[in-house]
Write a protein that binds this ligand. Sequence first.
Ligand code: F6R
Length: 612
Amino acid sequence: MCGIVGYLGFQDPKKIIIDGLKKLEYRGYDSAGIAVVDKGQTKRIRAAGKLKNLEEKLINEHFSGHLGIGHTRWATHGAPVEKNAHPHQVGEISLVHNGIIENYLDIKKDLIARGAKITSDTDSELVAHLINEEIQVTKNLLLAVQKTLGKLIGAFSIVVIWEKSPDEIIAFKDGPPLIVGVGEKEFFIVSDVQAALQYTKNFVYLEDREVVHIQNNEIKYFSALGAPLKKQIVQVDWNTEQVEKMGFKHFMLKEIYEQPRAVAAAIRPHLNTETHQVEMQTLGFVKSNAEIFKSIDRIMFVACGTSYYAAMVGKYLIEQAGNLPVEIDVASEFRYRKPIVPKNTLLITISQSGETADTLAAIRLAKEKGALTLSITNVQKSSIDREAHGHLYMNSGVEVGVASTKAFTSTIALLNVLALQIAKDRGVLTADQEKNYVTQLLAVPSQLEVVLAYDKYFSEAAKKLQEFKGFLYLGRGVSYPIALEGALKLKELAYMHAEGYAAGEMKHGPLALIDSNMAIVVVAPTDELIEKTISNLQEAKARGGKIISIGTGENAALQSMSEYYLSIPASSWMAHPLLSVVPLQLMSYHLADSLGYDVDQPRNLAKSVTVE
Ligand code: F6R
């Protein structure tokens, strides 16, 4: 979603804010703007489109102040045009906002009745009006903000500056993340730590309806009602290198190539590399992992998008290996369908960002219903991570490309570990099976290197895909969610119509779609279902469908019926998804790139979806 950077310090705010916004641009990118308090006046410059449009406008602009705010916008209210870009300025007040003010219609009506002149179509400008009204009376920014906060309903994070007070900045939130970076005599208020990581490693995470007030190098935190709060500084150990492209054309490509390392970083803390046993680190529950896994009756996974497909893989792994019932749900459905969460349920959320609004709402609802909760996140201390009882980390490093890749494989690797640990603790895994699965899992990082070495074949296959009008992605068992994920990657990157199907469902409708314009991408590593999948492909081929298949090693049967055959190394069925998804990621990447699309920032999408 939108990116926010606020700065108060001794350096040039233009540089700090633009550098920060560049790191956040991947979150939302239809317009951008900056406002700096310079010699008692607000200088505000905004531009529609990419951040580079704003940079061009700023080339000859020099600011002497040291207080400013900046924003990259992903439109919610109002078209992505300059008048709707942030910062919004009303009188002496300027602010940037991420999220939605739900009661904006009531606020707008009241403001108009009081004679306010509204210049944009946004809900954000209305908040600037409210604070500006208050400041005329109170002449105190903190009081004006506190009074305004009480009038807002919705999900928002907001940073405010006042041109009469060049050493003061205030921020507050209820929903989307807002984090304070604490440097030496300088402060950063950002929607994501990446925006300030090159200046400080010390961060304070604001909780909902908290206010941070920084003035004359003093930082204070308050509750919405004005009670002073003590907050803890958290050290973030990501380095800035992890957020650079490191010579790759796109972040997405770099992140695909980082998968061997990312998967290793996810699983190593939980596996004994000498004995090849699973030894899952503590999840941070009051009880031990084993006590929890023995006592639960079911697992419910809740997540969105690619994370939901990872959850789907988790269902196959845990039910099949651990003999424990698993339910899965997309968070936007779960949170509104009055879900039944029986006693002894472990509810697991999966979220790379840890900030997805629907997933956050789902975990809160599950807690209200008495569930024990575990979060699998990449971003530590994110809202979902902080909400959960137990925690499991992907350890993938920063994922910048909007389309999730390494977070997906890291999660599936962790779900392998989780399924094996559950199976072991519940007594349904023999020592031999354990050793065998762990050995195969530990081999995955180097097998991923092998798959990546075949990139030129995936890029050739991608050229072939351009000819087709539609795509069916098929798979069975653990490969079914991978088919869904492959179709999603094609849709979001190459803007082509693709559907994922369970291969056995073909006869129940989709077969009618098949002709020579339809490509069938099948995920078919060798497992106990391979023969059935091959029969389904015969049916499709007989009707003119063109097949692109992913199989294990040299699979002659698959090879003979496919236009393109992409090979992955042999592995356990549990680890198949980790290998088979990579050709799908790379085919979509190359196809989108060859069509000239913006791979890292696909149209209409944002990385961290902090509004529902
Ligand atoms: C697709 C993609 C999205 C995310 C989804 C959930 O490539 O990245 O579908 O998976 O928005 O995001 P997180 O995992 O941050 O909750």
